[in-house]
Design a protein around this ligand. Sequence first.
Ligand code: C2E
Ligand code: CA
Ligand code: CA
Length: 508
Amino acid sequence: MPTAKNPNRSPVFRLITIAAAGLCSFVIGLWGLDIGFGGQTDAMTPQTLGAIVASLCALAAAGSSLSYFAGVDESADYVFSETQIDKLTGLNARTAMVGKIAEAAVRVTRTGEPVYLIDIDIDRFKQINDAIGYSHGDELIRGFAKRLRATLPKDVEIGRIGAGEFAVLYPDSGSMGDIDVVVRMLIERLSQNYRLSTHVQSISLSVGVVAMPKDSNDPILLLRRSNLALQHARSRGVGGWAVYEARMGQVAEHRQWVESELGAAFDRGDFELYYQPQMNMIEGRVVGYEALIRWRHPERGMISPMEFIPVAEETGIIEQIGRWVLRKACADAHHLPEDCFVAVNISPVQFTDRDFVATVCAILDETGLPASRLELEITETAMMRDRERAARILRDLSDLGISVAVDDFGTGYSNLSYLLDFSFQKLKIDRSFVNRLEKDQGSGAVVSTIVGLSRALGVRTIAEGVETESQATLLKAAGCEVVQGYLYGKPAPLKIEAPDLQRSYAVH
Ligand code: C2E
Ligand code: CA
Ligand code: CA
């Protein structure tokens, strides 16, 4: 058991209690003796007196040890409640939950009846906590735990194993039905809004499930695997759940490899930029190019940015990579037609860096590219991280004459009121809407709405991921004039055709 200091009983305090208990027992004994013998103790023989003093010493020792053990018990209780019970929710704390999983594993071995470990995590809890303040964050956690407890039978063990993360041990024979029914029901109930003292908070969840004994009997491994399943569910989008599969471990291993290789890749110069044209359908010409990073590993070949950008963001190396992309794209832009701009993706980590605007200015100076030929693609999610700061940065960029496109528009926040706080020049309609244009009418309505919204805001639109003529036609009908996608050109390296460098650009 981990040691926890008991602030109610310091070592000095405990020593004083023990000494006082011993002394008190001795004095009380002496006093009782004096009363008992009516002050006649002088007449006693040395043997009798010796025996009486010895008994009194024994009494004092008993008093001290009683006090000692009471102290130990109290400390043990204290340590137990500190480490085994989660103060905020009253559920099992992480250490206790590890113990419960171990006990369940022993039972599973004996009875052969499977038990599931369900890992439930509130998406973006850290950001929610930062946004609403820690006391409301605590209120949310308490409300969540209460609902979770109320949803499950009394004998089901529940623990809080991380800030916004909970674990449940659910037996295969549980009274609520099959595991998929239980998980769906948990997600449905726990994702309902929470009424906090100041506002109503909405949340989404990701859930991972492992089975004992199939996936392991080791509590730590089980927790790791349920979390791998959870991460997998999260990577597929909000509100999802996944059951652990062995390949998820390989994905995690690959991720670790990526992390360990990124620094060397940067030093070796493995990265390249590809460019994809953006076509104005009305003018019938290319108006800009989006720079997309590529990693050509000497042994493993091409690695997708979807694989390494999130890792680079987590480790922080994205700052270096992002600066390199910006500098290279601005330098390359001199080889694009003069009436074309270059669009550069900016990671949320770069965008929230305090020197971001200064870095962009320095790079424009260094490369001699006019601000009007640079466009920055920034996602909604990046803007929402710190709204006030984002608004300031966007204003500064706009004052400098740099255009900003809201990337992946429509996939992040349903609340559009934030748009009014931000200055930007373009909405980039996400590929997922374009993708569904031909199949479902709802997507067409979404695109028309976005175009209408952009007109009301006085900004332009561009649609990404256009692969077919009919998608292009539908987009045009919805009022979207600029498009980008495989139909017009795949991302490709910049081809500089000597001697006429000015006219050279990406070919497909
Ligand atoms: P994104 O910004 O949404 O970029 C568009 C992605 O869609 C690119 O994937 C592009 O190759 C792909 N794409 C373009 N047209 C089509 C199409 O018609 N059909 C389909 N299915 N896909 C199309 P890519 O290059 O793999 O990049 C993926 C993501 O990685 C980008 O998504 C962006 O978020 C990130 N990324 C790429 N380069 C950079 C960079 O330099 N910096 C940062 N921070 N992120 C980058
Ligand atoms: Ca983009
Ligand atoms: Ca996108």
